[in-house]
Design a protein around this ligand. Structure first.
Ligand code: SAH
Length: 233
């Protein structure tokens, strides 16, 4: 018969292993039910969504809800985007391992981590200093060495690292900020929610061809507002 003490020790050893599996299973279910079933089929995107531990990007009070398909509060009145939306927007830019991508609206860094799993370099800008700083720390701790975080107004982009192969904007703007279009490579793709922030906005694809912007409306969405106007940081 196993001694009660031994049994207890075995149980304690098993708990962390089981916990790990729970989140892996939930992530798998999230990808199958909320992402693949809704039409995202880029292999690299699906792999990244299966890899990034979303529960490490939400506040501790939200961990249990981390793999449900909706946005979650992350503090400072901001949200971590819905998993399907992150996957969809990542697929829209047609990511590949050679790309340099700019993200506006780091939040907790989840979208940046998903991008970093696929592309070569990610530059991401967050206007709320506490969020930007904690995202930078989190991404570093998790080993995402190919992501650089800057605190500032993303309206002006990151000219020192331009041009970018793609730009992902995760806050809703009234119109495409001209500096972002200028920093997009010719042939590059930008995905951005456009519209009045109190109503639904339209997720929009901008393709830059011979200096011109081709616009395609993708779907109605609801994002937090793009703040700061065109003010310099
Ligand atoms: N990309 C995040 C989504 C965060 S929500 C994710 O993966 O979940 C959008 C973020 O955009 C918020 O944190 C908000 O503070 C930020 N934001 C809004 N306006 C901005 C601006 N002008 N420049 C940079 N970040 C901005």
């Amino acid at each position: 018969m196993i001694q009660p003490v031994v049994a207890l020790l075995l149980l304690l050893l098993l708990i962390p292993i089981q916990e790990k599996d729970i989140y892996k299973e939930r992530r798998e279910e999230m990808v199958r039910k909320s992402i693949e079933r809704r039409g995202v089929d880029d292999k690299a995107v699906l792999k990244a969504m299966r890899t990034v531990k979303r529960h490490l990007f939400v506040p501790s009070s939200q961990v249990e809800a981390a793999y449900e398909d909706h946005p979650l509060p992350i503090g400072a009145g901001q949200t971590i985007s819905q998993p399907y939306m992150v996957a969809f927007m990542t697929e829209v830019i047609r990511p590949n391992p050679q790309m340099k991508v700019l993200e506006i609206g780091t939040g907790n860094g989840y979208q940046a981590a998903v991008l970093a799993e696929i592309v070569k370099e990610v530059y991401t800008i967050e206007i709320i200093p506490e969020l930007g700083q904690s995202a930078a720390k989190r991404l570093k701790t998790l080993g995402y060495d190919n992501v650089q975080v800057k605190v500032g107004n993303g309206y002006h982009g990151w000219p020192e690292h331009a041009p970018f192969d793609a730009i992902v904007v995760t806050a809703a703007a009234e119109a495409v900020p001209p500096p972002l279009l200028a920093q997009l490579k010719d042939g590059g793709r930008m995905v951005i929610p456009i519209g009045s922030t109190s109503q639904t906005q339209t997720l929009t694809l901008i393709e830059k061809k011979k200096g011109k912007a081709l616009t395609t409306k993708l779907m109605p969405v609801l994002f937090v507002p793009f703040t700061g106007g065109d003010k310099k940081e």
